[in-house]
Design a protein around this ligand. Structure first.
Ligand SMILES: Cc1cc2nc3c(=O)[nH]c(=O)nc-3n(C[C@H](O)[C@H](O)[C@H](O)COP(=O)(O)OP(=O)(O)OC[C@H]3O[C@@H](n4cnc5c(N)ncnc54)[C@H](O)[C@@H]3O)c2cc1C
Ligand code: HEM
Length: 437
């Protein structure tokens, strides 16, 4: 089938699926997990329950399919998805199962409009997107395994020690059980843990950012105990790690992946905006810059409830002593000044300044931020807030990392009115003219 014809058929039918929204995407996962129950060991049930994962997938399919003719410009999106896939060890052979469930759900969703020609167009489009992702994933697997100490799949690590970072946050220091060298990683990358819980039928995979500089004799992750809201089931893996995992425990780890990383060798100023535990990838970045004695100017803003609940508070104060490094902690509750605070570390902005505001940014950002790199990590509400504040200042080029299924940057805009021809998840469905018969 001609490329233009595929595009026309996709553009004609995608809006119906997009309009069905969660109904469509949840139908897809139900189909997939019923026909391949073993995939329960791969997908995160909390993300299924919230619908976040399903929306994320539909979002990606719509984005890729509607911009099918310019896939090469979607590199960042594709790399982000491929990194997540690699972390959960997605294999090329699984694309057929996902494709079959997707096509079956599309067919059901379109009803009479699902002509053989329309279905062939979707099949070809899916195949092309799958090809792009499989290629990126294969390259990453190859890179991971080519490193000294590299491995495929999940490998056993022993917990060497556990350290409390705040009342509900602990760091776990992991070393390979076989004593092999540890492959390096790029600060900002994350690993996946595979955990078999005694009280849950399926293996659980969760991602955790590496929170220390590479080249240490361990991988360090820093985990917050999961909160429970209302009648929701307790958070599975984080509570298990806090309650049942200690020195000597063995966990299964997938090799580091992720694209939320500093550009190698960059020297331009860096602004890091962390909300709560979103500090973890930034700890790895700051530690690496310190190790390299980098002269790169860095501003870290860390928004946390109070000093007691600030993971790495003491270490941040030490890192802030380095030339060119500024650390500003924004507390909802002002700490009493102590002699240990040191000059310029906690004051003046720490004093009960509450959430990050436009005034904070005006006071802290360099007057000319051209060339400055911005990174933000934290809860979705925090990232939306940051996105809006930066946008007010004309800064639209910020890297975001989410501790769950990712939203695209454009979707972080809290009040952005969707363009007229826009799907509910933020992607423009540009109407395509029907090709002349
Ligand atoms: C790239 C990346 C990096 C990350 N880095 C870190 C990190 O450095 N540190 C860290 O602590 N975390 C990090 N995370 C988050 C981490 O992967 C886990 O999501 C987190 O630990 C929660 O997992 P859990 O198993 O404890 O909770 P889950 O069991 O996944 O539950 C999460 C929430 O959903 C609720 N829930 C579960 N099931 C349902 C249901 N059926 N209905 C309604 N609600 C439900 C739970 O009550 C809980 O509030 C990262 C995630 C990503 C994607
Ligand atoms: C063209 C095909 C596919 C597309 C477009 C796609 C898209 C996505 C997207 C957008 C995400 C979320 C990424 C993020 O959070 O940043 C994701 C995550 C994921 N995908 Fe895919 N995917 C595809 C195929 C597959 C296949 C074949 C598998 C194999 C089982 C798979 C398994 C997963 C898993 C396990 C996650 C993590 C979900 C979780 O948190 O539970 N995907 N995918």
């Amino acid at each position: 089938m001609e490329h233009a014809r595929i595009l026309a058929l996709i553009h004609q039918t995608a809006p119906v699926l997009v309009a069905a929204g969660d109904h469509f995407t949840q139908g897809f996962y139900k189909h997939l997990l019923t026909s391949h129950p073993a995939l329960h060991h791969t997908f995160n049930p909390a993300n299924q329950a919230s619908g976040a994962q399903a929306r994320s997938l539909l979002d990606a399919i719509v984005l890729f399919v509607t911009r099918y003719d310019e896939l090469e410009t979607l590199g960042d999106e594709a790399r982000r998805i491929a990194a997540k896939h690699v972390s959960v060890d997605v294999q090329p052979g699984q694309y057929a199962a996902v494709g079959a469930s997707l096509l079956a759900t599309i067919q059901a969703g379109l009803g009479a409009a699902a002509t053989p020609e329309v279905m062939l167009a979707w099949e070809l489009a899916y195949g092309r997107i799958a090809g792009v992702l499989v290629g990126l994933e294969a390259a990453t697997y190859q890179q991971q395994q080519a490193q000294s100490g590299g491995w495929a799949g999940f490998k056993h690590f022993v917990v060497a020690r556990v350290e409390a970072e705040s009342p509900d946050v602990r760091s776990f220091y992991l070393v390979p059980q076989d004593g092999a060298p540890l492959p390096a990683y790029r600060p900002g990358q994350f690993i996946s843990l595979a955990v078999n819980l005694p009280y849950f039928p399926y293996r659980q995979l969760r991602q955790y950012s590496l929170s220390d500089a590479p080249h240490q004799p361990y991988y360090r992750i820093t985990v917050k105990r999961g909160a429970r809201t209302g009648d929701a089931p307790a958070a599975l893996v984080s509570n298990y790690l806090h309650d049942a995992v200690g020195a000597g425990s063995v966990v299964a780890v997938h090799a580091p992946a992720g694209e939320f990383c500093l550009a190698p060798g960059a020297t331009v100023p860096l602004v890091l905006l962390a909300g709560g535990l979103g500090i973890t990838p930034f700890m790895a970045m700051l530690e690496q810059l310190a190790e390299e004695r980098s002269a790169r100017p860095v501003l870290l803003i860390h928004a946390v409830p109070d000093a007691d609940h600030q993971p790495f508070g003491r270490r941040l104060r030490e890192l802030a002593q380095r030339p060119g490094v500024r650390v500003r902690s924004l507390y909802q509750v002002a700490p009493e000044p102590t002699a240990a605070d040191g000059p310029g570390l906690l004051r003046p902005l720490d004093a009960a300044d509450g959430p990050l505001t436009a005034d904070h940014l005006a006071a802290l950002l360099p007057p000319d931020w051209a060339g400055t790199e911005f990174y933000c990590c934290g809860p979705l509400a925090f990232m939306r807030h940051v996105y809006a504040l930066l946008a007010q200042r004309g800064i639209t080029d910020c890297h975001f990392e989410e501790f769950g299924p990712s939203h695209r940057v454009a979707e972080l805009a809290p009040t952005a009115a969707p363009p007229a021809a826009c799907c509910p998840y933020g992607h423009q469905l540009v109407p395509q003219p029907e090709p002349a018969a």
